[in-house]
Write a protein that binds this ligand. Structure first.
Ligand SMILES: Cc1cc2nc3c(=O)[nH]c(=O)nc-3n(C[C@H](O)[C@H](O)[C@H](O)COP(=O)(O)OP(=O)(O)OC[C@H]3O[C@@H](n4cnc5c(N)ncnc54)[C@H](O)[C@@H]3O)c2cc1C
Length: 488
């Protein structure tokens, strides 16, 4: 396994293909430091003996110790540990831990490439290709991101019906040694600091869409790949540093006629499997949310409780009711993920077929529980922000700049007129309001809310998964009997 420094050394040698606000930059750009602080935590915690069991795993391919973010789940214990590792690490960095996209995409592609080869009766070697890629991914402790979301153009049209064929990433040429792909994947988190970009389709596909049924992996600086970034850092602190400086970044990843050698291609034309890998990535990712969303709930609860302390209202009934609401959503989200792990099996719901054994034996979390948990916690995001705003009052929105707290002319006024509680030091109160301003009144705060709502698919997508997979008919039957209705 690598250290954070070894990982940074590796990505800083990559070709400059990142575009930020009109500049072409490398991975050493200082605006990426808050992002690498977060991702780096996944390396640091893997080397702490007290977290070894949670943050490392044993590779089923080599038997070697690897970072859990590179692991393929082999049993329900692995699923539980992934959920708990995610919650723990998100608590450390105060938000998204960023490396889950790589583990979720790897698990999805590992599973589906096996099934595609089986159906192709050995005519393709996607799974062997993927296993070779995975072995390197694990032994070199690489960071992966997942590029799933396409431009999509007109939402009511399928990929092959779009006026612009590049609205979805697709194969433009098949050669003896590989394929050429074109298109763009949007909102791809941390691809700017990832060693490898894993590409999967966005949606269900039909035969006419077969050029869009493509899955592959390329290094983040591969020829023809260009990344257009947005950076989501908190406001710089000059005098009163935060305890942990976190940030994130998302890219439009452009594939400008990119050549991908066959050994890096894991699906090409298998449209049914293209749709399944899209669903399966979303499923594994929604399972990751059962770790990160409870952690965000933990952080929000702590923030609200401290704001209530600072305002002297911690025992007010409307405030404790709000604490209970946050705890309820967080722990139900966690419980759903726990159950999804516990019921995990090498089985998958395949649209039009139902639940069936799926993949080479690796474990897939239960779909209904992943989806209900993600839906509950995702839709609560804006209400939770409302709770924070209610308990805080207006303070975080208009809190004076740091400079006023060090300027001899006004610093005593700044301190005197921002102090509320007599049981919390004025300095701590000021740090708290600055922190709440960061998470709730900043560009990064707003972007995080969008990510928490849409990441892993918009709420509607979870509802489609829930209602299409849940046995509603058996519930009809229950009520028919109770109500004394005849069979139709
Ligand atoms: C901060 C952030 C980070 C992200 N990170 C990643 C990442 O790392 N990798 C990745 O692949 N993706 C990532 N995403 C993308 C995320 O998965 C998508 O935003 C999500 O799937 C919604 O897709 P969209 O943004 O295209 O919105 P749209 O699909 O345009 O959704 C907008 C609205 O249209 C509705 N809609 C869409 N299609 C239809 C239809 N056919 N019929 C009726 N209604 C429809 C939706 O339900 C929704 O209400 C990220 C997003 C954000 C905001």
């Amino acid at each position: 396994m690598r250290t954070k420094e070894q990982w940074l050394e590796g990505i800083r040698k990559m070709k400059r293909n990142l575009y930020i606000a009109g500049e072409k930059v490398g991975r050493d750009d200082e605006r990426l430091i808050p992002t690498t602080n977060v991702m780096g935590t996944t390396f640091e915690y893997a080397s702490k003996p007290e977290y070894e069991d949670l943050v490392t795993a044993t590779s089923h391919l080599t038997g070697e110790k690897i970072n859990r973010f590179c692991h393929i789940h082999q049993n329900t214990d692995d699923l539980h540990k992934k959920q708990d590792m995610t919650r723990m690490l998100c608590q450390v960095v105060g938000g998204c831990i960023q490396r889950c996209m790589g583990i979720d995409a790897s698990n999805a592609i590992y599973t589906v490439s096996y099934e595609a080869d089986k159906e192709n009766n050995g005519a393709t070697a996607y799974h062997e290709n993927f296993k070779r890629w995975l072995e390197r991914f694990q032994s070199e402790d690489l960071v992966g991101c997942c590029a799933q979301t396409d431009v999509k153009g007109d939402r009511m049209k399928r990929p092959s019906e779009q006026p612009d064929p590049d609205s979805y990433v697709h194969v433009v040429e098949r050669k003896s040694d590989g394929i050429v792909v074109r298109g763009c994947k949007l909102h791809i988190s941390e691809s700017a600091v990832a060693d490898e970009i894993l590409v999967v389709p966005t949606r269900a596909l039909r035969e006419a869409d077969k050029d869009y049924a493509v899955s592959f992996a390329v290094p983040g600086d591969w020829d023809g790949v260009k990344q257009l970034l947005t950076i989501h850092n908190y406001r710089d602190r000059e005098y009163f540093p935060k305890g942990f400086s976190a940030g994130s970044c998302d890219s439009y990843v452009v594939f400008d006629d990119v050549f991908v050698p066959w050994e890096r291609v894991f699906l090409c034309g298998e449209y049914k499997h293209g749709g399944i890998v899209a669903l399966l990535f979303a499923l594994f990712h929604r399972h990751s949310y059962s770790g990160c969303k409870p952690a965000l709930g933990d952080i929000l609860l702590g923030t609200c409780a401290l704001a209530a302390d600072a305002n002297g209202i911690a025992k007010a009934k409307h405030v404790t009711d709000k604490f209970a609401e946050i705890i309820t959503v967080s722990e139900l989200g966690y419980a759903a993920g726990f159950t999804a792990s516990e019921l995990g099996k090498p089985e998958l719901y395949v649209p039009g077929v139902g639940v069936k054994p799926y993949g080479p034996g690796n474990y897939i979390p239960n779909s209904i529980f992943c989806n209900v948990g993600r839906c509950l916690t995702g839709e609560a995001v804006y209400h939770e922000m409302e709770i924070l705003a209610d308990i805080s009052g207006g303070m975080p929105a208009t809190f004076p700049y740091e400079g006023e707290f060090v300027n001899p002319e006004v610093k005593e006024f700044a301190k005197k007129y921002t102090t509320r509680s007599s049981t919390m030091s004025p300095e701590n109160q000021a740090q708290l309001w600055r922190h709440i301003g960061d998470v709730a009144c900043s560009a990064k705060g707003g972007i995080s809310c969008f990510g928490a709502l849409h990441g892993g698919g918009s709420p509607r997508m979870e509802k489609i998964a829930i209602t299409s997979q849940y046995d509603i008919d058996s519930r009809r039957e229950i009520v028919r009997k109770i109500a004394g209705m005849n069979k139709e």
